[in-house]
Design a protein around this ligand. Structure first.
Ligand SMILES: Nc1nc2c(c(=O)[nH]1)N[C@H]1C(S)=C(S)[C@@H](COP(=O)(O)OP(=O)(O)OC[C@H]3O[C@@H](n4cnc5c(N)ncnc54)[C@H](O)[C@@H]3O)O[C@H]1N2
Ligand code: MOO
Length: 585
């Protein structure tokens, strides 16, 4: 079994020997492709002296200037220089001999003469864009193998580039193998499994900007598997399959690949999930091709596609390795803290799906839950946020103990945009104002424990008797998030009153009054989102936590509360996550 890093190196070095083809496309269609040519500018930008301000161009700076009646507008030819001040707009031509542009706010006008403000002291030519000062003629505006982002499109357009030569997207064939698999149109009878891998992997190819080709489901029959693989071999640049690489008697994939002439480069990775991932190379019609046979377990296939297929597709799209262990092609690795400890696999290092946030204390990660490789929902968390990182957990053997503790540092491979830390980063940034919650145990303490679990142990909790005290409790709060939880018996009237109190000092507060948390029998435990908005840089979310007593007896109420509790926490998480901005790192 090879370490993942060795496998990745093999994949990248093989992928970089595949021939690339190019195509010329209209500028906008080149977005997200890699350029196959270097382009130089053939005209300076600007190609005339241009004003940076709306104001007046003058031949030299003096306290007063008689004003010419001719004006210079952006887009119009320069009027013949009269040696007097001329009115200019931003981007308008400035006569060659003129040394200053004075902004209209720095002058007053008297008897058709400009009087320059005594505060106006600007070096010569400062408010003038000289010829070629943004882009010189003959400078490189696009490098070969450069990613064409929307910003690059802007640069190319500013140089009048209409068409552009880029590398073509690699053609990637995807098939699934297994007798138990059925397609989406079929009803799932006992013993049958909907083929999710093929759709996931085709989605993954699309996301990584290959062109996916669907080769369907193939039965566990050697000849049939070989025949589909042959076809993919013939037609595609990259062949991807899932299933059939385990140790079962019908796990033929590797054998079939070898039979059709593929050289296996590795067939085991020392990791979890995805141990039997198999990779090979072959040549057909003088063209080199690569083969990924991923395990059938959906998580194994999904994670290994992220680890190996994504970097390979980037190479095949024309991206050049940027140095570092994975050439910068396999995501960014950061160090971060595990918010909660995790049990380690005895032998294999694990790529544990996590949600990563960046808070005041750096990167922090929370597991997405049970990590079994059949459990595809471990790719998202309980409120449906897709895992944006893989925590690289060592094996227990390597670590010398069976678990990672709360707060312990791990290396995290980032696989998506990192969320701004709120619960993870700064617990002390969160204030929870509880309105009408009884002291001691009961719902109040449950909510208190719960929000601390969500936001961190240092969350500040303030209990107030009624909504009239909320405003005072909010005074002086400078944190990021204030959660107002109203415990009094819930009704619309109360809700509106609470919202009104908050709204008094809030900017863009939106009342929603919608049920978010629990939906438990008997209606004894309800949780409502009343309003959300911001106030002086803080985010304010106002929640109503309604219902006490109810239809059931004491025991029943307890049960319902307990049942509702998980949903309530999930609701809180969903609400506070929703408006948060994503940050790029
Ligand atoms: N004796 C051993 N058994 C297994 C080992 C081992 O080392 N010794 N390794 C395990 C590991 S780890 C993995 S991963 C799997 C890989 O098995 P296969 O690649 O042969 O996958 P299958 O047996 O075909 O399927 C496994 C599992 O996934 C479901 N599946 C398969 N394809 C799909 C699909 N397209 N969509 C949805 N679900 C799919 C399938 O029904 C099985 O439940 O082997 C272990 N065994
Ligand atoms: O490697 Mo397998 O994917 O652990 O289940």
């Amino acid at each position: 079994m090879l370490p993942v890093s060795t496998c990745l190196t093999k994949v990248l070095s093989e992928a970089s020997t595949l021939p690339l083809t190019t195509t010329t496309v209209p500028l906008l269609q080149s977005l997200n492709s890699y350029s196959s040519n270097l382009i130089k500018s053939n005209n300076p930008l600007p190609n005339y002296r241009a004003s940076i301000l709306d104001g007046y161009a003058v031949p030299n700076l003096s306290p007063t200037h008689p004003l010419s009646s001719s004006k210079s507008y952006a887009g119009s030819p320069l009027p013949s220089p009269p040696s007097l001040a001329i009115s200019v707009t931003t981007g308008a031509p400035v006569p060659p001999s003129y040394s200053h542009v004075i902004g209209s706010e720095d002058v007053t006008m008297k008897d058709n003469t400009l009087i320059v403000s005594s505060n106006f002291k600007v070096p010569k030519n400062k408010n003038i864009r000289e010829i070629g000062s943004d882009i010189k003629s003959d400078t490189v505006i696009l490098r070969k193998n450069q990613l064409i982002t929307y910003e690059v499109i802007g640069i190319l357009a500013s140089n009048g580039i209409k068409n552009i030569s880029v590398y073509t997207r690699p053609l990637v064939g995807v098939m699934s193998s297994g007798n138990e698999l059925i397609d989406l149109k079929d009803v799932r009878k006992e013993g049958k499994v909907h083929d999710c891998n093929r759709y996931m992997l085709l989605g993954c190819v699309e996301e990584f900007r290959g062109v996916g080709k669907d080769y369907g489901i193939v039965e566990d029959d050697k000849d049939k598997v070989k025949s589909v693989l042959e076809k993919m071999y013939e037609e595609c640049d990259v062949v991807v399959s899932s299933g059939g690489v385990g140790r079962g008697e019908k796990d033929y994939l590797k054998e079939c690949l070898e039979d059709i002439g593929v050289t296996i480069m590795f067939d085991r990775m020392f990791m979890k999930p995805g141990k039997p991932t198999t990779f090979g190379v072959g040549e057909k019609g003088g063209k080199k091709k690569i083969f990924f046979a991923f395990p059938g377990n959906p998580v194994s296939a999904g994670v290994c596609a992220r680890l190996l297929l994504e970097p390979a597709l980037q190479v095949l799209r024309g991206r050049i390795s940027g140095g570092g262990p994975s050439g910068g092609l396999a995501g960014v690795r950061v160090k971060g803290k595990l918010l909660k400890g995790l049990v380690l696999d005895k032998i294999r290092p694990e790529y544990h799906r996590v949600i990563v946030r960046y808070g005041r204390k750096g990167f922090e990660a929370v597991s997405t839950g049970v990590q079994r490789s059949s459990r595809i929902c471990s790719m998202v968390d309980e409120v449906g946020e897709t895992s944006n990182g893989l925590a690289l957990l060592p094996s227990a053997e390597e670590k010398g103990r069976g678990r990672m503790e709360d707060g312990e540092e791990v290396v995290i491979l980032l696989t998506g945009k990192v969320l701004e830390g709120l619960e993870a980063g700064g617990g002390e940034d969160v204030t929870v104002v509880m309105v009408g919650a009884e002291e001691g145990g009961g719902k109040g303490s449950r909510v208190e424990d719960g929000v601390k679990e969500v936001f961190g142990r240092n969350t500040k909790v303030v209990r107030v008797a009624g909504e009239e005290d909320v405003e005072a409790a909010l005074e002086g709060e400078g944190g990021k998030l204030v959660l107002v939880v109203h415990f009094k018996k819930f009704c619309d009237k109360v809700a509106r009153r609470v919202v009104r109190v908050i709204e008094k000092r809030a900017e863009n507060m939106e009342s929603t009054i919608g049920r978010i948390g629990c939906d438990v029998m008997g209606g004894t435990f309800s949780f409502y989102e009343l309003a959300a908005g911001s106030r002086g840089g803080m985010m304010v979310v106002c929640l109503g936590c309604g219902g006490d007593g109810g239809d059931g007896g004491d025991g029943e109420e307890e049960r319902l509360e307990k049942e509702g509790w998980e949903k309530l926490l999930t609701g809180i998480k969903a609400i506070v996550k929703r408006p948060r901005d994503l940050i790029k790192i």
